[in-house]
Write a protein that binds this ligand. Structure first.
Ligand code: ADP
Ligand code: MG
Length: 541
């Protein structure tokens, strides 16, 4: 037998109400985005001469009446006829938005699934709709108390557009607080394309008071990069993160194939890898805020970036576990990585000085990226720079060329000499420099992990700390005198270093030591020291 699955409305309705969204506050996002859609539809229709009447001022009002326990969302969009209410509202999971998009190829529409409206019941005992279509005909009224029964009849409502009235239920009293509503609007609706105004019923406006909309309807990420100045980008950054310092660089993302993605990503100023990044990248879908938990969309190392990503291809109403498996999300991830790498490469080629000046912050991204993403590594190999103890920057290639003959170990590997503490290790640094070696500064937590990873990823490169015993061999084995210790001295040293003496090599002198500051220099095998450093780093990465 073949047949069609039937749904019992009485049973499915409570489930929709309860489990549609885990966050109840989402209802407001859904209703406001419906109001935006209705306004955008009217614009589209008007532009092709299919709208009836004047366009007028398109605006959305959210009005709270705490006394009456209602919250209303009023738009001046297309409105609905009685037939349309029956088609779009009474049919759960039928999306008028989707239908409109198909018909008019209008990419600015937010709705998709035909479920958003019903989120109103998560917080309401009763929902009413007043609507008047831009087409001829009278106004209509619809209401429903959350049971599968509704009322629908003609009514005297003469303003084109739709008013949704929510009778907020007892458990949802929080949504009768002005601060709460304003907060939600500012979070989710901050960059929607139709101006949104919030007011409280009975509020009297002062005479010279200018109405202030909640949103910036014209955020920079939807504009053409060629129309934007440095100031525009910096101003927008301040709008997102008012308390932060000016960012270092930004990338304007603009893709329309094979998926749609716009956005602006900023490289913020950061000094320490472990600084907690509270200002995160914000994810939007058609200018509606979705989340700032972008872990699955943005590669881990780029979580240090800030800014906005907007993609209508990232579904609005989905859970995070869904996002992880979404094929678009994977592509977006790869694309962002590529864009970031390309931008850094461009900065390197066209304004290397700026890159070097800002390397303290940028180096962090780059190193994280190289360790965790092989595609990024491939590109970053060209623009990674390493600062030596004289403040000069070298790419890997440059370093190799400069040290080609001098710094090879017995396996023929290129040795990158580095210091983790230029002050403490100064004696070694001076000695090594006199031998003509170039010593790279590797002072941060990231560097310790970076060295370990790159030794595996880079062929024929070996990192050696400037005070490791190997340096000694590299410098000149014959010239360094191995010191013979008495039992007593051995004991003292053991206590001093809390090390097994067999791990310890002691030389009386490093040739070419510039001052007599370090008459005895103890060194440990490189790997021992590194193990210990890694232990100290622990889970800090
Ligand atoms: P979606 O937005 O995903 O299509 P919704 O459940 O949010 O689904 O809304 C269902 C449909 O109801 C919309 O597609 C639209 O046709 C209609 N609708 C909802 N709100 C409004 C409104 N404010 N003005 C006009 N039509 C609306
Ligand atoms: Mg909707």
């Amino acid at each position: 037998q073949k047949g069609q699955i039937r749904v019992q409305t009485e049973n499915i309705f409570p489930i929709i109400k309860k489990f549609l969204y885990s966050d109840h506050e989402i209802f407001l996002r859904e209703l406001v985005s419906n109001a935006v859609d209705a306004s955008q539809k009217l614009k589209t229709l008007s532009s092709i001469g299919e709208a009836k009447g004047e366009l007028g001022e398109l605006r959305i009002d959210v009005v709270l009446d705490a006394k009456e326990k209602t919250l209303s969302i009023i738009d001046r969009g297309v409105g609905m006829t009685g037939e349309e209410v029956d088609k779009y509202i009474n049919q759960v999971a039928f999306s008028g938005a989707e239908e409109f998009m198909q018909k008019y190829k209008d990419a600015n529409i937010i709705g998709h699934f035909g479920l958003g409206f019903y989120s109103a019941f998560m917080v309401s005992d009763k929902v009413e709709i007043f609507s008047k279509s831009h087409k001829e005909g009278s106004g209509v009224y619809w209401s429903c108390d959350g049971s599968p029964e509704f009322e629908l009849y003609e009514v005297d409502y003469n303003q084109r557009g739709t008013k949704i009235v929510l009778h907020i239920n007892e458990e949802s009293k929080e949504f009768l607080e002005a601060g709460r509503i304003r907060g939600i609007l500012e979070r989710f609706c901050k960059f929607l394309p139709i101006p949104i105004y919030f007011s409280e019923a009975g509020e009297t406006k002062k005479e010279d008071e200018v109405e202030q909309s909640i949103n910036n309807t014209d955020p920079i990420w939807i504009k053409k990069p060629s129309d934007l100045s440095k100031e525009d980008y910096e101003k927008f950054y301040k709008e997102l993160y008012p308390y932060n310092e000016t960012p270092l660089f930004w990338i304007h993302l603009n893709v329309d194939y094979p998926f749609n993605l716009t956005g602006v990503l900023y490289f913020p100023k950061i000094k320490q890898s472990y600084e907690i990044q509270k200002d995160k990248i914000q994810l939007y879908s058609n200018q509606v805020f979705v989340t700032d938990e972008v872990k699955d969309i943005v590669p881990e190392f780029l979580m240090l970036l800030q800014g906005v990503i907007d993609s209508p291809d990232i579904p609005l109403n989905v859970s995070r576990s869904y996002l992880q498996g979404d094929p678009n999300v994977k592509k977006i991830n790869a694309h962002i990585t590529k864009k970031v790498a390309d931008k850094l490469d461009e900065i390197f080629r066209t304004e290397r000085n700026a890159l070097e000046e800002k390397w303290e912050s940028l180096g962090l991204f780059v190193k994280y990226g190289m360790m965790t993403d092989d595609k990024f590594l491939e590109k970053a190999n060209k623009f990674l720079v390493m600062e030596d103890t004289d403040g000069k920057f070298h790419t890997l290639e440059e370093y190799k060329t400069a040290t080609e003959t001098l710094q090879k170990n017995k396996d023929g590997k290129q040795v990158i000499l580095y210091t983790t503490n230029p002050v403490q290790q100064d004696a070694y640094i001076q000695a090594a420099k006199e031998k003509g070696f170039t010593i790279i500064k590797m002072e941060t937590l990231v560097d310790a992990a970076f060295i370990n990873t790159m030794e595996m990823k880079w062929d024929n490169v070996s990192f050696v700390r400037v005070d490791a015993d190997i340096v000694d061999n590299l410098i000149d084995k014959q010239e360094s005198n191995e010191m013979v210790l008495s039992k007593e001295e051995e004991e003292q040293l053991k206590n001093l270093f809390t090390l097994d003496i067999s791990d310890l090599h002691v030389t009386t002198e490093i040739k070419g030591l510039s001052t007599g500051a370090a008459p005895v220099v103890a060194t440990r095998p490189e790997f021992m020291r590194r193990m210990k450093d890694m232990g100290a780093v622990g889970g800090g990465m």
